[in-house]
Design a protein around this ligand. Structure first.
Ligand SMILES: Nc1ncnc2c1ncn2[C@@H]1O[C@H](COP(=O)(O)OP(=O)(O)OP(=O)(O)O)[C@@H](O)[C@H]1O
Ligand SMILES: Nc1nc2c(c(=O)[nH]1)N[C@H]1C(S)=C(S)[C@@H](COP(=O)(O)O)O[C@H]1N2
Length: 173
């Protein structure tokens, strides 16, 4: 079964101050939008760059997830280091993903400009950052889904089979 990564980055969810709702929101989107067998590889880590890098490297290099979606730690606060961790482990960045997610999010929330969310590839894994708010998950994934399956194919991953409820994706002929 295809492993798909979900990484929640939150000091407070890790400490049990609140329940992680954003990781499960990513799981819920995968469940609704994918029409193929998959299994989750879920990690919950604090806002510590080495811990985030270790989780991303493990999911990319050992578990071999073609897609890893992170949530949290993308803002300007001192402990927000998810983009730095993502940049450190990626071979290449894909700036269009962050630009498009911010552009779509700005239509509903003016503070979307505060997210430094990025995306990039590490070997055969596409890594995408999302903000921490549970409400941001589907909004951001919807903004970029059109390019996700083809990107996964371009980096040597499997062909995604999406459900009728998923946003339409584009595969150039
Ligand atoms: N994983 C999550 N599950 C549920 N709610 C979340 C999660 N992450 C963030 N939130 C909600 O969004 C609000 C703003 O998130 P914030 O940007 O402070 O997240 P954060 O930087 O990841 O925080 P922390 O690392 O302290 O958990 C939080 O107060 C919380 O209500
Ligand atoms: N779609 C969407 N994007 C969003 C938000 C949101 O609620 N929805 N919150 C913004 C806010 S308030 C912040 S501070 C940044 C960073 O959030 P993070 O540190 O939890 O990743 O994401 C922004 N992007």
């Amino acid at each position: 079964m295809l492993p798909l990564g979900i990484v929640t980055i939150s000091d407070r969810a890790t400490a049990g101050v609140y329940e992680d709702k954003s990781g499960p929101a990513i799981r819920e989107v995968y469940t609704r939008w994918l029409a193929m067998p998959w299994q989750e590889a879920y990690r919950l880590v604090p806002d510590e760059q080495p811990a985030i890098e270790a989780a991303l490297c493990e999911l990319a290099d050992v578990v071999r997830c073609p897609l890893i979606v992170t949530t949290g730690g993308t803002g300007p606060a001192p402990r927000d280091v998810t983009p730095e961790a993502t940049m450190a482990v990626c071979d290449r960045l894909l700036p269009g993903f962050g630009e498009q997610m911010r552009a779509e999010s700005l239509k509903t929330v003016p503070t979307a400009i505060l997210s430094r969310q990025i995306a990039g590839t590490r070997g055969g894994s596409l890594i995408i950052n999302l903000p921490g708010k549970p409400a941001a998950i589907e909004e951001c994934l919807r903004a970029i889904w059109a390019a996700v399956p083809y990107c996964v194919e371009l980096i040597g991953g499997p062909r995604f089979v999406c459900s009728d409820t998923a946003p339409r994706y584009h595969r150039p002929s």
